[in-house]
Write a protein that binds this ligand. Sequence first.
Ligand SMILES: *Cc1c(COP(=O)(O)O)cnc(C)c1O
Length: 444
Amino acid sequence: MTSNATLLHRSLNAVWHPCTQMKHYADTGDASLPLIPIARGSGAWLYDFDGNRYLDAISSWWVNLFGHANPRINAALRAQMDALEHVILAGFTHEPVVELSERLSKLTGGALGHCFFASDGASATEIALKMSFHSWRNRGFDKKSEFLCLEGGYHGETVGALSVTDVPLFKEAYAPLVRASATVASPAARRDGESPVDAARRAAGSLERHLEAHHEAIAALIVEPLIQCANGMAMYDPEYLRCARELCDRYEVHLICDEIAVGCGRTGTFFAHEQAKIRPDFLCLSKGISGGYLPLSIVMTTERVFEAFYDDAITRGFLHSHSYTGNALACRAALATLDIFESDNIIENNRALAAHLARCIAPLAAHPGVANPRQRGMIAAFDVLTDDPGFSRKFYREALKREILLRPMGTTVYFMPPYIITPDECEFLALRAADALEAALLQN
Ligand SMILES: *Cc1c(COP(=O)(O)O)cnc(C)c1O
């Protein structure tokens, strides 16, 4: 029979785990990290082989929306599997990919009517960048070959996506491989006493100055609407998106909204950009769109961009592909996910759930060692006042001991639970997180 110990040992021998110094799994001291074999999942819970359980309060890296082994998504996948698991999307099409494209387009009010498919977030970024550049070139704007991104922005870790990612930890080792992109001020960076709207307008001012000077060479501005998740859940006012839209129009620069993390209801609306009452030229989706079941990403764009490629010449087409483009099972999981949004009134019900989560973590937010409590929709975060460089790992270990899965980014602790978390589980999460915080701070 499989036990935690045997599977752990085999995993360390054969599996190279992501975003990790592998030696930390073997260490026993301050740097040590537990590696936990998971046997099964149900709802918001993960279970190991030895009978322990963990509340998945980060939705397994921001992907899971409706719980593990969700019966409705399972049933949809079983039915799809018996009909068609996958087919080449060049020269062929199928029902799930057509229906998903139609439904997503409808969710943008028809503004983004063309869907291009890939398998992960970083690939969606690559596609949006390539499409933007190529569409300008097809329209005769040969000089537009640069991209603009925000300080602290994150858009994935492939070589192209790293060029618009501003997270030194992920980027520095590969700097010689990565094309430089200009960064402009993050609207999330506030000065003392500054309101969120003022911070947004100040950042928009620096965007304006940059575009004024360089717009002829810039194809697109890429942003994460409302929350720079990988930048410690840095939140900003929708005003920035309104200004950015207006400036991108004025200076003929595409606006790419990377909603890989903030889409699918995370911020309180289905798409985060809706809160600014704007539409981007490109919208990138992934993570939650398949309910956290299968790798799927989508780049949605406008009629205008699509038309720039529509021609007799093959070289004016978008000659980009991935083997699993438009995978039928992944699209079916996404359709089942959209069904749950509709039938269970998720966007509306999440308002009450988010308010309940806020009440549960209010005592934590008032802790003297905690600063900048913040929340938008189903993402809540706070910063811990500590200079302990090992805080994040200590907190992670202490949280696991208390049956909760939370992975602070540096000194930022955040909650990003699946939408099926119950009110009682929210309370459990907040109480255990408070205990874990005390325990982690005591170890400094
Ligand atoms: C996670 C993420 C990505 C990258 O997606 P992967 O599937 O991990 O490649 C890109 N952009 C944002 C905003 C993300 O949060």
